[in-house]
Design a protein around this ligand. Structure first.
Ligand code: AMP
Ligand code: ZN
Length: 114
């Protein structure tokens, strides 16, 4: 989608520190990390948020989640623990309207989230 920063990363129009890529999804380092491990996972296809994922494409969600699990294991935080966040809409704090999972780890997380 034109003017979407994450679509530009998918299309290699702007750089990113990629950590995983296949035909359907991409994972890359967050540019402004909030934890020692902070990776974003996105579908290559543009969907603004969880609200826009069609029911017939629900597999993309499990693919993102299980890839986050795999990356957590590779980054050696799989056993200590990690947090996956999916902000949806303005009240959640979503700023980039191309659906993305945050994978956080490497420090003790607080609860409840802000
Ligand atoms: P959210 O508030 O859930 O929409 O999170 C958007 C995230 O995207 C933030 O953590 C930003 O630091 C991150 N971000 C924005 N632009 C870039 C970029 N060009 N490369 C990597 N991460 C980015
Ligand atoms: Zn996009």
């Amino acid at each position: 989608m034109k003017d979407c920063i994450f679509c530009k990363i998918v299309n290699n129009e702007i750089p990113a520190e990629k950590v995983y890529e296949d035909d359907d999804i991409l994972a890359f380092e967050d540019i402004n990390p909030k934890a020692p491990v902070h990776i974003l996972l996105i579908p290559k296809q543009h969907f603004a948020s969880l609200n826009e994922i069609p029911k017939d494409q629900k597999e993309i969600l499990s693919h993102l989640m299980l890839t986050a699990r795999k990356i957590a294991s590779e980054k050696k935080i799989g056993k200590k623990g990690y947090r996956i966040v999916l902000n949806t809409g303005k009240d959640s704090g979503q700023e980039v309207f191309h659906i993305h999972l945050h994978l956080f780890g490497g420090r003790r997380m607080t609860w409840p989230p802000g």
